[in-house]
Design a protein around this ligand. Structure first.
Ligand code: DQA
Length: 147
């Protein structure tokens, strides 16, 4: 089973963002950790990151070509991009939303997620470990689909 892991705006800057919320891990290291967990779970992963909303949307349009499920952390787009919400609907794949920080314990505007209703699960506030939870949720969803 193939999982596409998408990171949105500013997530390429991990390592330079407030450590209190995001820790010190870089995107490169985060992705390597995700690859290791995925291998343990028997999942194949691919990664995508963009700071451009249109590129992110177009990646979602093509997602079903090569992925069976999605894990996405759209960064700040999470809170207001109806375009990404609609593109996720077009992708039509099981998706898990992940946030490194505890978005519910920060500013009020971060409590809103325009993608939540399209996701089978949301994981927030667990740092890099949250992606392991997300991979497990994705695997459960794919296995129950096969049954
Ligand atoms: C984030 C939380 C968002 O509110 C923020 O804009 C980000 C990262 C997270 O992973 O905690 O860029 O998605």
């Amino acid at each position: 089973n193939r999982v596409l892991v998408l990171h949105g705006v500013n997530l390429d800057q991990l390592g330079r963002r407030p450590a209190a919320h995001y820790g010190t891990v870089t995107l490169d290291r985060l992705e390597r950790g995700i690859s290791e967990h995925a291998a343990e779970l028997g999942l194949r992963v691919q990664f995508f990151q963009s700071n451009h909303e249109g590129a992110f949307v177009e990646r979602l349009h093509r997602a079903d070509d090569m992925a069976d499920a999605l894990i996405l952390n759209p960064g700040a787009w999470t809170h207001y991009s109806w375009a990404i919400r609609d593109a996720l609907e077009i992708a039509g794949l099981p998706a898990v939303e992940v946030h490194l920080s505890d978005v519910n314990a920060r500013e009020e505007w971060r409590r809103v997620s325009v993608i939540r209703e399209l996701c089978i699960a949301t994981v927030a506030g667990k740092g890099p470990d949250g992606y392991r939870d997300a991979l497990e949720r994705v695997r459960e969803a794919l296995v129950s689909n096969e049954a």
